[in-house]
Write a protein that binds this ligand. Structure first.
Ligand code: CAA
Length: 259
């Protein structure tokens, strides 16, 4: 069945697919259906050998303005517990291929949290980031207190989470939340360019390197180093390691196959 709230652009560059959140009238508010469609699309692209890197965007006005407040407003705690809507985030987190967020306009609440599940973030000058849940009488529920704090540190995370203040793209760049800021007409193009650069690498190495970087947030230094070393050694089982090193020796560009 065709998804209703996302658009999948299969090959925007070699080995790069693009998923666009598409509820523009609601500023891409993340309702249950959209999140389910996104989860399914990411799962399918993760299993597709013709894709190595995924770009995730909204539109110029909004990446996503958060979880759908209208869908949540009347729910009881038991409804929330039973539906467990944020469990979808756990599946998205398991995507092995790198995901690059292309962000313009609002990335708020669940939108900011979804963006922080991505591995690199390209923003337009108009991007605004925030965790405004406090203004709704609640708090971030899909990683905002944890991933934001790890990315920007306690001082700014506390300010954003406790006051709901939005930060600009420049502030986000300075704080280390995002990778780069470009003029609004270039944000998607720049994200695809970054994706293309990564997609020229070995797909196996990309996955294992992503896994190892993420491990740094989850474990002790000693365990993380051990994990990294194992992934490094494991890559010697694949043909891409032979190709990459042989190409260097022969002074030519490598051709990676992911085998
Ligand atoms: N949920 C549902 N609908 C939303 C929405 C959201 N998160 N954000 C915007 N919309 C809807 C608005 O209700 C409006 O719909 P109508 O035209 O039917 O009234 C439409 O999108 C356009 O929005 P605005 O008219 O408000 O646009 P604006 O430019 O004046 O303001 C905004 C933009 C500042 C982003 C404002 O829409 C806003 O504050 N949105 C809510 C942001 C927010 O609080 N997000 C956190 C949600 S909770 C959460 O995400 C929990 C979690 O941790 C996962």
């Amino acid at each position: 069945m065709q998804p209703e709230h996302i658009i999948i652009h299969p090959e925007v560059a070699p080995y790069v697919a693009h998923i666009q959140l598409n509820r523009p009238k609601e500023l891409n508010a993340l309702n249950l259906q959209l999140m389910g469609e996104l989860r399914d699309a990411l799962k399918a692209l993760d299993a597709d050998d013709s894709v190595r890197v995924i770009v995730l965007s909204g539109n110029e006005k909004a990446f996503a303005a958060g979880a759908d407040i209208k869908q949540m407003a009347g729910k009881s705690a038991i409804d929330m517990y039973t539906t467990d809507q944020f469990s979808t985030w756990d599946t998205i987190k398991k995507t092995k291929k790198p995901i690059i967020a292309a962000v313009s306009g609002f990335a708020l609440g669940g939108g900011c949290e979804l963006m922080m599940l991505c591995d690199m973030i390209v923003a337009s000058e108009t991007a605004r980031f925030g965790q405004p849940e406090i203004k709704l009488g609640v708090m971030p529920g899909a990683g905002g207190t944890q991933r934001l704090t790890r990315a920007v540190g306690k001082a700014l995370a506390m300010e954003m989470v406790l006051t709901g203040r939005f930060i600009t793209a420049q502030e986000a760049l300075q704080a280390g939340l995002i990778n780069r800021v470009v003029p609004v007409e270039l944000y998607l193009q720049e994200a695809v360019k970054l994706a293309k650069e990564a997609a020229a690498m070995s797909p196996l190495a990309l996955k294992m390197a992503k896994e190892a970087v993420l491990k740094a947030f989850d474990t002790t230094l000693e365990e993380g180093l051990h994990f990294e070393r194992k992934n490094f050694y494991l890559l010697f089982a694949g043909e891409d390691q032979k190709e990459g090193m042989q190409a260097f020796i022969e002074k030519r560009a490598p051709v990676f196959t992911g085998k």
